[in-house]
Design a protein around this ligand. Sequence first.
Ligand code: CP3
Length: 358
Amino acid sequence: MPDLAAIAARHTGSPFLAACRGEPHDTVPVWFMRQAGRALAEYREIRARHSFEEVVHTPELAAEVTLQPVRRYGVDAAVLFSDIVTPVQAIGLEVTIEPGIGPVIDRPLRTSEDIGRLRRLDAEEDLRHVLDTVSLLVAELDVPLIGFAGAPFTLASYLIEGGPSRSYTRTKALMFTDELTWHRLLDRLASITLSSLQGQIARGASAVQLFDSWAGALAPQDYERFVLPHSRRVLEELEGMGVPRIHFGVDTGELLGAMAAAGADVVGVDWRTPLDLARQRVPEHVGLQGNLEPAVCLGPFHQVAERARDVLARAGGRPDHVFNLGHGVLPDTDPGILAELVDLVHAEGVVQEPADDR
Ligand code: CP3
């Protein structure tokens, strides 16, 4: 096991980690969700020779793909190359990632008996290759590595629907027809997610992001009743491990307060909610990450610059802002635009001193 204190010492000056903690730093940190991937020719070149799963399960390849955007863009953090469905694949569920679609599962989970197919995850055993990637990366990186996992609801939605969905009808049907089974399912998924994150942190990940990408499909009262307790268990059990916890979802304007209350140090905001409005929805001690509309990066740079300045202005120079897109990098994005965007955030972002009462 790595010397976690030595890794922490190496990143003492990291603006990303300082911002996650609301501590003083000089430049606004920036990284991009899905910064690794098809926008980069060097990624497509590797994918032409290896399947997505092959890349994820070959530590040298996964580490290389994780490093590509760090080299290209000069971002302030790396994010482990893996997928939210990797841990459930590792315990034997037949999930395949279909290009252009997303995760698709052979035999969806629909009944109380199906839940028996979700056994416990032993991260060191079942995710050994993924954790070996973490080890390779922390040895090599000058910036912190962000580990991640899917939140119980978003994982459940893939496993129940069988693939991506627009309406999440089957997922909600289980929620509203068999609440006991629903909570058993989310409890198992929470344990899997927790074990995966604990494993990544033990190998040296400096921060984690819990992706509840599709939680925005829920009304706040249903999020609070059916989802929040499980995500809270994950985040609270990580609290003692000393790494910042980022909690992100799409279309979660009405859920931001609850997502903060789940035990997040930083809440990720999509592009629909202006950051100054998001600020009013989370407690003072919680930071914000986001939230440039990813599609803006498909247009000319002068427009990207204008919108990035607007994001910075709405963040108000607070020391607890991490610049990001409002969701993942779109595959058609010109990498040159993202590199210029990183330079702009570093050059123009102003960080004020933390207030005394933090
Ligand atoms: O952000 C990063 O650079 C790290 C890598 C990462 C991937 N997936 C790589 C990936 C992360 C953090 C994820 C998380 C993930 N996966 C989420 C949560 C984030 C989000 O977007 O909200 C979700 C919902 C998934 C499920 C998933 N996996 C989707 C929707 C897709 C895209 C399918 C497609 O082809 O459009 C995947 C596959 C996937 N995961 C790719 C990458 C780079 C594309 C694989 C390829 O074809 O090369």
